[in-house]
Design a protein around this ligand. Structure first.
Ligand SMILES: [Fe+2]
Length: 301
């Protein structure tokens, strides 16, 4: 693809090449509204919290509770509504609302998805797959560049859970992400569960996928449970964020820690929401797994 990155993209790229500001690599949990009061009262031992940005764009009690929580914890903004992969201009109103949240909460990370969710005035509450080729790279890189310039900071792009592969793609997902990082200076949010779900559904090697990602760009990791569904002879894994982290994800997370080092991990849980203690327990387990891998790596060095 052609085109020169903007000053904002060059600044973001400079930060990426200087090394990610990973800081405290403790694990975090997704903040869901039913837990807000308990978090304020109990101050659980987690390193940070992540929210869906769109839940805080309308004003009211939600942003006020988040402001109180922000006094106690770093907060990351995870956007799900910008539809960066659609062949349409960046939604300026939505991006401006995200910029206002960034100004209010000075987030640890700002992230979006390698997907699209609407076009032509239609919108779906789903993260739809992209064709991985030069044309899509050009569209996506321009919008990521514009968004980073608008926000004045780096944005992380998350790999999606996939249920089909588009035959017209000319490259694989990790190579596409590496090209996006090279063109825009964006960072990556590596969703370990999405890699496993996609690998099982589409039949690729999840460890080879990790190896193909540009390691220095990975600044955040997502961990979640998934569901297994059988349709006749076909077994499909669904990224439903509705259960404890299963063993295959802990094993792939350990491999991710060996590959990427100390990267903050986030427990995502959105359906069949458990009590706060269960979420905190999963975050603690993520730290145990990461510490064991890092200690092992140091012992071998
Ligand atoms: Fe995720």
């Amino acid at each position: 693809m052609d085109g020169s990155p903007s000053a904002g993209a060059l600044e973001a790229r400079g930060r990426a090449e200087a090394g990610p500001p990973r800081g405290d690599a403790r694990s975090g949990i997704g903040l869901r509204a039913p837990h807000a009061d308990a978090i304020l009262a109990e101050r659980p031992a987690v390193g940070w919290l992540e929210v869906h940005a769109e839940n805080y764009m309308g004003g009211g009690a939600g942003p006020r509770a988040l402001a109180a929580i922000r006094e106690m914890y770093p907060v990351a903004l995870h956007s799900v509504g910008l539809s960066l992969g659609s062949d349409e201009p960046l939604n300026q109103e939505h991006a401006a609302r995200l910029r206002a949240l960034v100004a209010s909460f000075d987030p640890l990370f700002v992230s979006e998805h390698l997907s699209f969710s609407g076009m032509g005035g239609l919108y779906t509450n789903a993260l739809l797959p992209l064709r991985y080729d030069d044309e899509t790279l050009g569209v996506l890189a321009a919008k990521v560049d514009e968004l980073q310039t608008l926000l004045g900071r780096q944005v992380l792009l998350e790999n999606p859970a996939r249920y089909l592969a588009l035959a017209a793609s000319t490259t694989e997902e990790p190579e596409f992400l590496a090209a996006l990082v090279a063109h825009t200076g964006c960072g990556l949010l590596c969703d370990v569960t999405n890699i496993h779900v996609s690998a099982e559904n589409l039949g690729f090697d999840s460890l080879a996928y990790l190896d193909a990602l540009p390691a220095r760009a990975v600044q955040e990791i997502h961990l979640a449970g998934y569901a297994t569904r059988r349709y006749g002879d076909c077994v499909i894994l669904l990224d439903d964020h509705g259960s404890r982290i299963p063993d295959p994800i802990w094993r792939l997370y350990a491999a991710a820690v060996r590959r990427f080092g100390e990267v903050p991990a986030l427990i995502e849980w959105d359906t069949a929401l458990p009590d706060l203690a269960t979420l905190v327990g999963e975050a603690t387990q993520a730290e145990v797994v990461a510490s064991a891998e890092l200690l092992g790596a140091r012992a071998c060095a």
